[in-house]
Design a protein around this ligand. Structure first.
Ligand code: ADP
Ligand code: MG
Length: 168
């Protein structure tokens, strides 16, 4: 298992997963396509929970990012799935069943993702309630880390704000 250094940038359209994020947890995650991330970059990723930024149509969001097999569910394939956090003045910020962000459907749209840092290993949880508590804590940490205006944070927000050029 090789490990890549941060920040790690990728770009992909948003694909369908099992739909559990919204349905079971109240925490939707935008699943990226392994093929579009690219084999070399995908192979360099190790499972874990990470923080960073996501760019969607020029808008930048803080992102709590799951990379791995969702061990509470035991997926066969590794996935990369950021939860995008709306700003505090956005009414969509607390729209979900557990009080997290629901932006509306953006399947098929191009997403830019910058993974800036690591939060914790992927862990199996006994029951969805414990998983939800853990993810809510990950989102809180993500927001705190994203608010520290380091040079890398500024640079990655700027990169995410540039709309995807579909010809490249
Ligand atoms: P799936 O298993 O298909 O990824 P989810 O239940 O995880 O389904 O929901 C993810 C979808 O919900 C995203 O692809 C996107 O279209 C939408 N969505 C709405 N709000 C968010 C958000 N805050 N973060 C990520 N995706 C969101
Ligand atoms: Mg998802």
């Amino acid at each position: 298992m090789s490990s890549a250094s941060f920040p790690l940038r990728m770009q992909s359209s948003v694909v369908r997963g099992f739909g559990r994020g919204s349905r079971d947890l109240g925490i939707p995650t935008a699943n990226l396509s392994r093929a579009e991330i690219g084999d070399a970059l995908f192979a360099s990723l190790s499972p874990g929970i990470f923080w960073g930024f996501a760019g969607l149509n020029g808008d930048v969001y803080k992102a709590a990012i799951s990379v791995g097999y969702n061990p509470t569910y035991g997926n066969a394939e590794m996935t990369v799935e950021p939860h995008l956090v709306a700003r505090s003045d956005d009414e969509r910020r607390a729209a979900s069943s557990c009080g997290e962000t629901v932006l509306g459907d953006f399947y098929g749209e191009q997403l830019k993702l910058s993974i800036v840092g690591y939060i914790r290993p992927e862990l199996p949880f006994e029951g969805l309630d414990k998983l939800i508590v853990a993810i809510k804590n990950d989102i809180k940490k993500t927001e705190e880390l994203c608010d520290i205006e380091t040079a890398i944070v500024k640079q990655e927000k700027e990169w995410c704000a540039v709309r995807v050029d579909k010809s490249s």
